[in-house]
Design a protein around this ligand. Structure first.
Ligand SMILES: Cc1cc2nc3c(=O)[nH]c(=O)nc-3n(C[C@H](O)[C@H](O)[C@H](O)COP(=O)(O)OP(=O)(O)OC[C@H]3O[C@@H](n4cnc5c(N)ncnc54)[C@H](O)[C@@H]3O)c2cc1C
Length: 713
């Protein structure tokens, strides 16, 4: 019997869970590794965590949807649900019950003093994420094209209906058959792809040749483009729809031009434009000034919270990362453009992962906050780690049991399960997930050789300067200081409302939307009413609608030192003040002055009849019976401002400073996180799950598969 290698996993976020999933994916690997996850507080999931509050309310860290191109995410979730083998009658027995196709996207545009929603029914297809390779079949592409044409010709309602006819939706989706996990790319698509790729490559080389030897052809092209633009724009201005259509054609043709001229599809192509902001890059390729403000261009900044310091006037995102992810999103999704969770993210993603990993023998040490990593004398490895055991368990011989049951579903509570904690009074009112709660608990040290052989570091980038201070200061490993100085993150806000009217009564006319580009900072809204049945409301409490809002929050470039105990409170207060403004329709977009608006712009049916700009407070469900604006206090509003909660940014010129999983400069340290060099470079679940696989490879030296890895050059 060989001794198992002890791996200490720091942080239980999506990347770490993905890594641990792969490191324990076979009986042979389980014989090799003895894995312990150290997680501060009481739950897993990190920025994807959710918890159950009063009345079983789902409280999310932030609004999350899952895009249909998340092949590796869905692969793992499908695998986990199958391995879990929940019994018949369980509310979320299968992955199909947990994730439903989302269908309506909405982009808000402020035109001539009014907000104008642009409804997009995303065409679905018959693909199933996690099956086959990264690409849909030719038939699926054609079906999407057909649905797109229907929408273009007959409007969003027709497109929406067509999707319903052609693809499995609702109950039929849940009952659909799953093709086997993984597999090969469809040969027909690959053939077209290869031909297309070859043609594009030839075009790039041809254009490079022309630019070098006959530059006037390029000038001529630009002159013709300007000439055509001048006339067509005037024609298009006669109709609102034609105008928008024309500006979008401008964006798309500019994108195509940039892809070809800059040779983005050639190896290393995307990295070449990493120094440019997405808008800068479009302008470089001739995008017109008027098009810069259109929804198609702005969307990515909102979706990725790409506001430096949370400032709407400083929207910046790497052009390389953006174009790569945009191409992946629009051209490789399966089933639907995005999926909605049918309960909290904790319940649908992290409960199954936790239960499967536990069954595989992984140990979980909750309430362990890592304070510092310490170097060995030769400064080549991590010799020890200081942690803070935030609470003591009543029975220390047992592992903390983190889950509770709500509506027959195993869920994470919104706070620790105090019945297992000795002296719970000590942590009353203290947020165990915040860096600004002050020191508490018992200091503990974990030592190399005794407690671990190797460390997998899965703590977010903004915490690195605090937790890895010795590594950042070590001149032998300058990549750490370099990364901390360059890779940044941003504060975000999250708010949720429970209403006593349904969407139609609130005055919104599409089925469940995912809406973006609205007023700051709550610029994104998703209707999440599908989870009402998963919460635990008394039958006489009339919850008919649940809405989640999110956006970037203004704040410092780096989070302040943890000794600044008032920081979280100050930022929560800002988030709340902005939320009230939003509910009173007093928010405005500093980057699009004088755009002003708020909730009643979206929901006229929820307005106070006396004052139509302000929300009728009695529409808010508040079982405590508070009056007027006080009812908002019963809802959910939170600032994700701390080192652990900020969202990683992909600022121009920074992605080359990200660290590769196994290139930390230390013998026994591997890193994982959406901030590592994971080939996708924007902060989202697929990038996180791929980062996890890359770090599992670095530990195990095994070639764990990444679906679509061949696209990541
Ligand atoms: C508001 C918001 C909305 C988002 N929406 C989407 C979306 O719709 N779709 C999508 O795909 N992605 C979305 N994302 C991005 C996604 O949530 C992240 O990319 C992902 O969670 C990153 O995973 P991670 O493992 O790198 O880090 P995290 O999720 O941050 O996990 C890190 C873990 O480390 C733990 N930790 C931190 N410090 C310590 C310490 N000192 N000791 C012990 N443990 C510690 C944390 O508690 C956490 O469990 C969103 C992010 C935010 C902020």
């Amino acid at each position: 019997m060989t001794k198992k290698k002890k791996i200490a996993v720091l942080g239980g976020g999506p990347t770490a869970m993905s890594a641990v999933y792969w490191l324990t994916s076979t009986p042979e690997l389980r014989e090799k590794y003895d894995i312990t996850v150290y997680q501060m507080g009481w739950r897993l999931g990190g920025k994807g965590a959710s918890g159950r509050g009063k009345d079983g309310r789902i409280l999310e860290h932030g609004l999350h949807v899952l895009f249909g191109f998340y092949q590796n995410f869905f692969f793992m979730m499908r695998h986990a649900y199958a391995e879990l083998g929940r019994p018949k009658g369980h509310p979320l027995r299968t992955w199909r019950q947990a994730f439903h196709p989302g269908r309506i996207g909405v982009e808000e545009e402020y035109v001539q003093g009014a907000w104008d929603p642009w409804v997009i029914p995303f065409p679905g297809n018959s693909g199933v994420p996690g099956s086959g390779g990264a690409l849909p079949t030719i038939f699926q592409y054609l079906s999407m094209l057909f649905q797109g044409m229907i929408t273009l010709l007959f409007g969003w309602r027709a497109g929406y209906k067509m999707d319903e006819r052609l693809n499995l939706r609702g109950d039929a989706w849940e009952e659909g058959k799953d093709p086997p996990l993984g597999g090969k790319e469809p040969w027909g698509t690959m053939l077209v792809f290869k031909i297309g790729y070859f043609v594009l490559k030839c075009m790039t080389w041809l254009i490079w040749g022309i630019r070098r030897y006959v530059p006037w052809v390029g000038w001529g092209y630009q002159a013709v483009r300007r000439f055509v633009w001048f006339f067509l724009l005037r024609l298009a201005r006669k109709s609102r729809r034609a105008h928008r259509f024309w500006l979008d054609i401008d964006t798309m043709t500019t994108l195509m031009r940039g892809i070809v001229v800059d040779g983005l599809l050639l190896p290393g192509g995307f990295a070449k434009i990493d120094d440019l902001d997405f808008r800068e890059w479009l302008v470089k390729h001739g995008l017109h000034k008027e098009t810069l403000g259109t929804t198609l261009v702005r969307t990515i900044y909102d979706a990725a919270f790409s506001y430096e310091n949370g400032d709407p006037n400083r929207q910046r995102v790497s052009a390389g990362a953006t174009v790569r992810v945009l191409l992946r999103w629009v051209s490789t999704y399966k089933g639907a453009a995005f999926f909605r969770m049918q309960a909290g993210m904790g319940d649908t993603v992290f409960t199954p992962l936790y239960l499967v990993l536990k069954e595989r023998g992984v140990k979980f040490e909750f309430f362990h906050k890592v304070d510092a990593l310490h170097l060995s004398d030769d400064r080549k490895s991590i010799a020890s780690m200081s942690m803070n055991r935030q609470v003591d368990l009543i029975d220390p011989s047992k592992e903390y049991d983190p889950l509770e049951t709500v509506q027959d579903l195993e869920c994470w509570p919104a706070g620790p399960r105090v019945e297992q904690i000795s002296d719970p009074g000590k942590i009353e009112g203290i947020d165990l997930e915040s860096y600004y709660s002050g020191q508490m608990g018992t200091p503990v040290t974990k030592t190399m050789g005794e407690d671990y052989d190797e460390v997998l570091f899965g703590i977010p980038i903004s915490a690195v300067r605090f937790v890895c201070a010795e590594l950042v200061a070590n001149e032998d490993t300058p990549q750490w200081a370099d990364m901390v100085d360059n890779v940044k993150a941003v504060q975000t806000v999250a708010a949720q409302l429970w209403m006593d009217r349904d969407l139609e009564e609130l005055g919104w006319e599409t089925p469940q939307p995912l809406l973006s580009l609205f007023v700051e900072p709550y610029n994104t809204w998703a209707d999440m009413s599908q989870v009402i049945k998963r919460e635990d409301w008394p039958t006489d409490t009339p919850v008919r609608n649940i809405a989640y809002f999110t956006g970037a929050q203004p704040g410092p470039t780096d989070p302040p030192d943890p000794s600044d105990l008032g920081f979280q409170k100050e930022m929560d207060a800002n988030a709340y003040t902005d939320f009230i403004k939003f509910l009173k329709s007093e928010s405005h977009n500093p980057d699009r002055d004088p755009a002003i608006g708020g909730l009643t712009t979206l929901w006229p049916g929820a307005a106070d009849p006396e004052n139509p700009k302000v929300l009728d407070w009695s529409r808010i469900v508040d079982p405590s019976g508070a009056e007027g604006i006080e009812r908002v206090k019963s809802q959910y509003c939170h600032s994700n401002c701390g080192p652990s909660e900020r969202c990683t940014l992909s600022l121009p010129g920074t992605n080359r400073h990200r660290m590769k999983a196994g290139e930390t400069g230390y013998d026994n340290l591997v890193v994982t996180g959406d901030w590592t060099d994971n080939n996708l470079y924007l902060a989202f679940m697929e990038a996180s799950f791929q980062a996890g696989i890359l770090s599992a490879r670095a530990i195990a030296d095994e070639d764990f598969p990444i679906i679509g890895e061949w696209l990541n050059h």
